[in-house]
Unconditional design. Structure first.
Length: 292
């Protein structure tokens, strides 16, 4: 389970229900056009924390049915309700997902011992490869090396999705825990992740740029670091434009320009403003310009 993983969006109808047709098209777009190595389903990009358990399981079923075994699939099943997380994890396991993932418990100021017990409980109950989702800016939980060691020692924990700005710590982790998988979670500097030992990257903008990110990885493997660096710069130009225009609805709008059925956001997220909608063509042209 290495390489470029897209954090999959979840398309909705205007009434908030999952748009199954658009979801299948998004999966096919990532496999057939982006050529990605895997999908990360049910994370922040997928608006999972706005969905109920039944909706999240429905998405997992549709994605697996569409992707089959063509690529690796990781199901993010994290929830503040641990029983709900276990049920979703067991469902993902039964569906044949390659691994599950769970965001660090958030909102409440959980102690590290409570967080550790959370992962121990999930892993014991589900007994399936677990990728810990560490996102300190959103969860409020930041781990030092010793805390990471304790989490990585939990049976069934195979690695970490690292969405932390501390790149020095990431280098220490990949150096110290060579038997674990580490996925870097900052699209803007995915090159840094690979240079510091990442096994893969997971990002939302790969829905539109995945094929070029894979090209950058191949340049690094060939020793063409300067060319890879130049491509990362152009990718970051695109990412900056997408983020500044309202990240998730912009990605959905751009995918519609790629032929994916139009889809809405899950409330309370809003849709693009008129001005943001008008910016889509310029952003789309910028992304297409990566091929020139």
């Amino acid at each position: 389970m290495k390489g470029v993983f897209t954090a999959l969006l979840t398309p909705f109808h205007s009434d908030g229900l999952v748009n199954e047709i658009a979801l299948r098209e998004m999966v096919r777009h990532n496999i057939d056009k982006m050529g990605i190595d895997g999908l990360y389903i049910g994370g922040s990009t997928g608006e999972a924390f706005l969905m109920n358990e039944a909706e999240r399981i429905k998405v997992l079923k549709i994605v697996k049915e569409e992707a089959k075994d063509a690529i690796a699939l990781i199901a993010q099943i994290g929830s503040l309700n641990i029983e709900e997380a276990i049920r979703m994890g067991l469902e993902a396991k039964a569906l044949g997902y390659d691994a599950i993932s769970a965001v660090t418990p958030y909102y409440y100021r959980f102690s590290f011992d409570e967080i550790l017990a959370f992962y121990e409980t999930l892993c014991d109950a589900i007994a399936h490869p677990m990728i810990v989702y560490s996102n300190p800016s959103m969860s409020g939980s930041n781990f030092d090396m010793e805390k990471y060691r304790k989490i990585l020692d939990v049976p069934h924990v195979i690695g970490v999705k690292y969405s932390d700005a501390d790149v020095a710590k990431f280098e220490r982790l990949t150096t110290r825990f060579k038997d674990k998988l580490f996925y870097y979670g900052y699209d803007e500097i995915s090159i840094v992740g690979f240079l510091l030992g990442a096994d893969g990257v997971i990002g939302s903008t790969y829905n539109l740029t995945g094929v070029k990110v894979k090209e950058m990885v191949n340049l690094l493997k060939a020793g063409e670091v300067s060319n890879a660096r130049a491509l990362q710069g152009r990718l970051t130009d695109c990412i900056d434009a997408i983020v500044s225009n309202n990240l998730y609805p912009t990605l959905k709008g751009l995918l519609a320009m790629e032929g994916v059925s139009p889809s809405a956001m899950k409330k309370p997220f809003g849709e693009l403003t008129k001005a943001q909608q008008e910016n889509l063509t310029a952003i789309y042209d910028l992304i297409k310009g990566l091929n020139s």
